[in-house]
Design a binder for this molecule. Sequence first.
Ligand code: FCB
Length: 472
Amino acid sequence: MGTSEWISFPEGFLWGAATSAFQIEGAVAEDGRGVSIWDTFSGRPGIIRNGDSPATACDHYHRWREDISLMAGLGLKSYRFSPSWPRLQPGGRGELSAKGLDFYERLVDALLQAGIRPNLTLYHWDLPQALEDEGGWAGRGTPRAFAEYAGRMARRLGDRVDLWATLNEPQVAATHGYGLGVHAPGRREGRKVLNQVIHHFLLGHGLAAQAMRAAAPRPIQVGLALSMDPIWPTPGRPEDLEAGERHWTAWNDWWLLPLLKGEYPARAWEWTGADVPEVRPGDLADIRQPLDFAGLNYYAPYRTTADPKLGPLEFARAPIPEGAPRQDMPGWEVFPAGLEGLLVEFTRRYGRMPLYVTENGMSIRADAPGADGAVHDAERVAFLRDHLAHARRAMDRGADLRGYYVWSLMDNFEWGFGYEQRFGLVHVDFATLKRRLKDSAHWYAGTIRANGFQAPPPPVLESPFLQAARAR
Ligand code: FCB
């Protein structure tokens, strides 16, 4: 790749790694933990690849001390995790369970002792089944219960945790869980109900943010982790650009405008017609709460392309360009410039605000220790290096990026894919639960230590939206 350059990050940049409760904890029936929608859903035959069971996962519930030592060894500045809601409120409401609290208090205390700043996401998809039985996110009971839970958590942990996200990827939780039925609770609802679910996720965020700020014993930072569609229309094709712009309005703005401005995008609302959700008086004011930061999760671009057969709310995806690198998740192209584009485009459209890349990472199914006992994941090293190089350039171009979290700290239960898709910096042998640092973990540790790395200069690939804006 010819010359390479030193890419350095500002002092205090928050280098992290992320996990979520259901994907790593195991111990699903211990210490009074209740049942979550993911326990129920993954128990249905044929749902999880290879019939994998999440019951043990990485056994983090018992091995958390070892896991914190690994993090400390990597030099992580921050660890993003989610507590398990049904461990804290088995039925989704009421007092927090003493055993549940005890686990997360010890975890947080040990992180702080190791000099690692906790970044806590309250909802990473494991809704207590009892709430789903009442209608789940399709009803208003769940957002209310979530806010109550969030307030209780902030009261108990807000003295030690200052970075909080309400929801993880509510976009995916809504579409995959209540639209496509491929995630828990596995429902296949029509547009109207799906829009109601989206509204209730937004409402849950807003009510929770208020409850958390009211309850925390000291000021905390509240945001959420979003999976925006990283729309990348084909450059030079005006019809694709138009479709991409429409896609942005109908999907990304549908989430971001209520959060930031307390309104749904008017044009998209018109296109939606009778399928718009019920919005009660006061809801939008409740949803629009100050965001201390936005978390962006990025894996692969969405190459929106025009298709005259589709209505204004539907989008076609262009095939992955021939020869483009891919990761092992089906349909996920490796496109590091997309991260720069997303950060810059987010800032251009919604204004400058503190941002974190709350997830970015690569799945390599074949990750396994070689004869030398090491895991040589050179592609992941390149993936992280290239995405970070683009993220760094986005900062030069005005994005207020404060930190970056690799998904994931360790191989774990990848939802419907079970243990087949490996995203970790740390390899987990699911037969023995042995942890082993991959080459990427060593590279990341070195990067954190030096606050930078050596890399080929990233290609200049301007987002098609910006190209068009410039040309105007
Ligand atoms: C994201 C999820 C995370 C993990 C990665 C691969 O959508 O937030 O839990 O599954 O994808």
